[in-house]
Structure formats: C-alpha cells, structure tokens
Write a new protein. Structure first.
Lengths: 401, 213
C-alpha cells in the first residue's frame, strides 16, 4: 500500500487558483445540469399541485386551455360566460360532491376578488381555514394566504383587474369584511380574495340569484346570471366522466384540468430532456478541457515525477498522485456543483413560477445525485488515462530534461 | 547513446570498475561526457548496451525495469544537482516521502530518524514549505531524504554545482561525513575539486574512457 496523497495535495496547494478555477468549471457544468432537472421537477409538481382540487371545470364553449388558465391559474382573458340555465342545471346534477361557480370582476390592490360558494372555500368541508371562518353572509370575504388583509379588516373593491382602476370608479360604497384566511396553497389562489358569488352578482347589478332573498347564500339559485367557469367535484370517477361528456355540448365545454396539463408537462419533459442533454454535453466538454489542462500540467512536471521514480517511487505511486490530483479537482467540482445547481434551480424556479403565480420550489431530491454521480464516475475513470500515462514514462529520458 | 547516422554510438566504455563496499568514488568529466549516464546505469535507472553492472551478487543490467526499481528503492539514496524536493510539502514531509512509496504513513521510528537527520544536517523539520528554504538548506533536506533508510549506496550527481562556495562546502562535508558514518558506498559526479579531493577514489572521463587522473 502506498500513499501518494501528500504529493497530490502539495501540487494542488502550489497552484491554488488554477486548481480552484478548474474545480469551479466542473461545478458550473454540474450545477447547470442539476438546475435543469430540479426546475423541471418543481414546475411539474407546482402545476400538479395547482390543479389538485380542480377535478372538473365546466365553462362556455371555447378553448379548454383558456378555461383552465382562467379557473386554475386565475388568468381570465375575456372568457365567454356559461349561460345561467346551464349553471343551474349543472348545480342540480346527481353525482356531485360539491360544485361552485367562479365569477370575476373586481379586484383590491391587484388581488382578484373571486366569487365562489362556501363549498369551494372549504373544498366541500375538507379544508380548514388558517384563521377565522368561511363567509356566512353577503359581503364577507375569505382571503388567500398572500393577501395583506387581516381578519376583521374592511376593504372596498375596485372594478377590473388592475390596481390603477380602483376606488374612484368603484361601485357605491360597498365594503367587504374579511372573516377568514386560507392556508398557503402555492398557486394563484394565494393572491385571491374569495367572496360569495351572490355579492359579485349584486355589485354588478345582476341580482343576487335568489329572487329577492338577499341574505341566503349558495345554491340553488333562481335564474342566476352567466358565469365564466364552474368547478365541479364529482363523487366518483364514473360521475366525472359522465359529467365531462354530458357537458361537452353546444352550450358548454367540460375538461379535467389535468388533461390540459398533461400534454404541456410532456412537452416540458421533452424540453427538459433536450436541455439536460445539452447541459451534460457541456459537462463532457468541460471535463475534456479540464483533463487537457491537467495533462499539460502533468507533462510540464514530468521531471518532478521522474525524480520521484529515481528515488524509488513505483510507477503506481506517480499514477496515483496524478489521479488523486485530478480526482480532488473533480470531486470538489461535483460537490460544489450540487448545491450550486439547487441554488440556481431555486432562482430559476422563482422566475418560472412568477408568471403563473405558481409556487415552483426547486427542492433538492435524491434523483439529482444520479447524473452528477455518474459524471463523477466517468470523470474518475477518464482521469486514470493521463495518470497511468504519467506512471509509464521513461525515467531516464524525463530525468534529463 | 542513440545516433542518427550510425544507430548507436558508444558514449563511454568502462572495461572494468571494481569498488569495495563502503568506498567513495568521484567521477570528473566535461559536460556531456557521460557522467550522468554512468551514474544512472550504476543506479539501475538506465541499462548499458552491453556488459555487466553488479552490486554484490545482483547483476543490475540483467534485471527487468521493475526489479531494478525495487533494487534501487532498497539500496540507493540519490541526490541531484537541483535538489528536486516536492515543493508545497514541509521539510520533514519531504524527508519522509520515500516511506510513503510502500505504506500509507511513516512509522514513528522513521519520523524520529528523519527528525534526527534534519537535526544533524542543521535544517528545521517544521518548515511548512521547502520552497521557503535557501538552496543550501534544500540540498541538505534532499540529502536527508536520500539517507532516510540508510542505503548501502549513495549516489550524488553534481550535488554542489548549484550552490555557492560556502553552502557547497557545507553540503560536501555532510555528504562525505554521513556516507562514512553510515558506511555507504558513495558515488559522486562533480566538477567540484574540493569535494572530489575528499573522496578515496577519483576517475575522469576522457574521450570515451574512464581513466585515473
């Protein structure tokens, strides 16, 4: 057994900046590869998390993607309205655990005020609020986790979706009172203010859906106005498919948000594959460059190695010293690259999630270790080539340089 | 040595050289005369085109390279003109380096021997990097490295050539003195008349031959 580590360590110490720069190159290459994987995974999980709870969405005939964007991601870009009769008929269908219309129109400081039913707030009684209770009377509100309004606060809605459109052109002095707060969900709904759909209708002069009974909330409604979307939680899978086909007619469209998301995620996965391929291809190039630099450096030190051979070091000692030097640089690079990749992933995830208010949390996962571990293994094996070549050189020739 | 025209050209012919164990021999000669080649052949680093190189019962010229390496590891301490220490290692670590060729760490006895050698040679063992030492001190560390395992043969190629006169004299004294103390056979190639004059035997390379001056 021999121990060439002191020789490798001395060489690394003699050129600390070169060693660090080579390790940094490796770290950046590994970091890019890790970040691509982490961001893709985070976007996938964030999207799946966003559609969870939205089993079936029904809207007016039109683009299913637009319907999902409007309901799940709260991006209502001129969504056509589902007729009131269809809403009333849908609410009365059998095989529904709970259903709620989603109505837009007002906002408060950029936070969309969304009209829903109490069933939506509690997801049919399955969710508990972080604070307070669901709304029980008109003009009470439950705020999302990211809305800066305390329980008990009153606020005045502004028309439209932009904060510039506020108070001056708002409705008659009608304030909402915050009665509850939702736990964080990591999606667009964290920024939303949930109010009874009846209050939204009333503010817009559409009545309150109960034919004059102004204090009752929730279905059934009498001749309700049209709504952009209805979220339906069917009782079972069979009901889900039945309702989906039943409401795919001339008057409405019904989609599982997941079915809109799956092709998107598949495309995302393809892009990930491509980008990851490029990232790891880049890693291979970096590895080649690092080995070229190391080999040139070993060759420049061939006389030092020959002297060690002359004073009795076996060829394996020289190969070991060279290999350990390369392995230390590679190992340090890969070890730094992992956290660097995760940090890059968190940054990129914030950018990627921002536009859809998705919480894209690029959390470290064991699967992130696979590619760097494989890359490290390949690198360590590849490093053996220049190392063995150094061990096999002729001592007499190198000693005379 | 290789020659483009003739294939091989004899550099040095040594008809016979007998050396008793424990003797000291100085070899003199111009640059390129073949002093270093002769030392390399005697150390088993290179092999002669023809003939025998025997140390005791061992015929080096007949051994394959790994066996010559192993023989050299056990029997020869080497000192070079340019010291060739491992920069970035301490003086003590440099002296102990040969111990790591076969084991993961130096034994306590080896550490003690290395410390004693450095002490005897007047160099501190705790100098963090040998690059910080003077040239004379570095050559003394190299001498300690060569002597760590008390080799029966000590080979020095121009050990004083890159030192100033004072440092050269110190190193020369130590080299000859320690070889005598340990009973090692000492082979020195040098231009340094003062050093050569202290060795028992002296030979000079003239033309292709080894002659007595």
């Amino acid at each position: 057994m021999m121990n060439p580590w002191p020789v490798a360590r001395a060489a690394l110490r003699r050129r600390p900046w070169t060693s660090a720069a080579l390790a940094l190159l490796v770290a950046l290459a590994v970091g890019l590869g890790v970040a691509v994987g982490a961001v893709e995974r985070a976007v996938r999980q964030g999207s799946i998390g966003a559609v969870a709870g939205f089993d079936l969405v029904v809207g007016a005939p039109g683009s299913p993607t637009q319907l999902v964007l409007a309901s799940v991601f709260l991006r209502p870009e001129a969504v056509p309205l589902l007729a009131g009769e269809t809403l009333a008929r849908l609410m009365a269908e059998p095989g529904i655990r709970w259903a709620s219309p989603i109505g837009f129109g007002d906002s408060w400081r950029g936070h969309p005020i969304v009209g829903v039913t109490e069933a939506f707030v509690t997801r049919g009684g399955r969710w508990t609020l972080a604070e307070g209770q669901p709304f029980g009377a008109p003009f009470e509100a439950v705020v999302g986790a990211a809305v800066p309004l305390a329980t008990g606060a009153e606020f005045e809605p502004g028309h439209g979706h932009s904060s510039a459109d506020e108070a001056p052109r708002g409705h008659d002095h009608t304030d909402y009172t915050v009665v509850g707060r939702l736990p964080p969900q990591g999606n667009a709904w964290d920024r939303a203010i949930l109010v009874p759909i009846e209050s939204v209708w009333e503010l817009h002069g559409l009545g309150e859906g109960h034919g004059g009974d102004e204090t009752r909330l929730g279905p059934p409604w009498i001749a309700p106005p049209g709504v952009p979307a209805v979220v339906v939680a069917p009782t079972g899978i069979a009901d889900a498919y039945r309702l989906r086909s039943q409401y795919r007619s001339g008057t409405s469209v019904a989609v599982f948000p997941a079915e809109v998301l799956v092709p998107l995620l598949r495309a995302l996965g393809d892009v990930r594959g491509l980008v990851a391929g490029m990232a790891w291809g880049g890693f291979a190039l970096v590895l080649a460059a690092v080995f070229l630099a190391l080999s040139a450096n070993f060759l420049a030190r061939r006389r030092d190695f020959a002297v060690l051979r002359a004073i009795g070091a076996p060829p394996g000692f020289i190969a070991g010293a060279a290999w350990l030097e390369a392995a230390a640089i590679l190992g340090a690079g890969v070890a730094t690259g992992l956290p660097l990749g995760w940090a890059l992933g968190v940054g990129a995830g914030m950018l990627a999630g921002g536009s859809l208010d998705l919480s894209v949390v690029a959390a470290p996962a064991w699967e992130d270790l696979l590619a760097p571990a494989a890359a490290l293994l390949v690198g360590l094996l590849a490093a053996a080539l220049p190392a063995l070549a150094m061990g096999r050189r002729t001592v007499e020739t190198d000693l005379r340089r | 040595m290789p020659d483009r025209a003739a294939g091989w050209r004899p550099l040095l012919t040594v008809p016979e050289l007998d050396l008793p164990a424990g003797a000291s021999l100085g070899i003199e000669g111009g640059s390129g005369a073949g002093k270093t080649t002769l030392l390399h052949i005697l150390a088993g680093i290179a092999t002669p085109r023809a003939g025998r190189v025997a140390w005791g019962e061992t015929d080096l010229a007949a051994l394959p390279a790994p066996a010559r390496d192993a023989w050299r590891r056990r029997h020869v301490g080497m000192v070079f003109q340019d010291f060739h220490l491992v920069e970035g290692l301490s003086s003590l670590a440099n002296v102990l380096l040969p111990a790591l060729f076969g084991r993961t760490r130096a034994s306590a006895a080896e550490r003690a021997a290395a410390m004693a050698l450095l002490d005897r040679l007047g160099v501190r063992g705790d100098v963090a990097d040998v690059a910080a030492l003077s040239r004379g001190e570095r050559q003394r560390v190299a001498l300690a490295r060569a002597l760590l395992f008390r080799p029966p043969v000590l080979i020095a190629d121009e050990p004083t050539a890159s030192l100033d006169a004072e440092a050269g004299a110190t190193v020369g004294d130590l080299l000859v003195g320690l070889a005598a103390e340990t009973g090692a056979t000492l082979l020195v190639a040098s231009h340094d008349r003062a050093l050569l004059g202290r060795l028992q035997w002296q030979l000079r390379i003239v033309g292709n031959c080894l002659v007595t001056p």
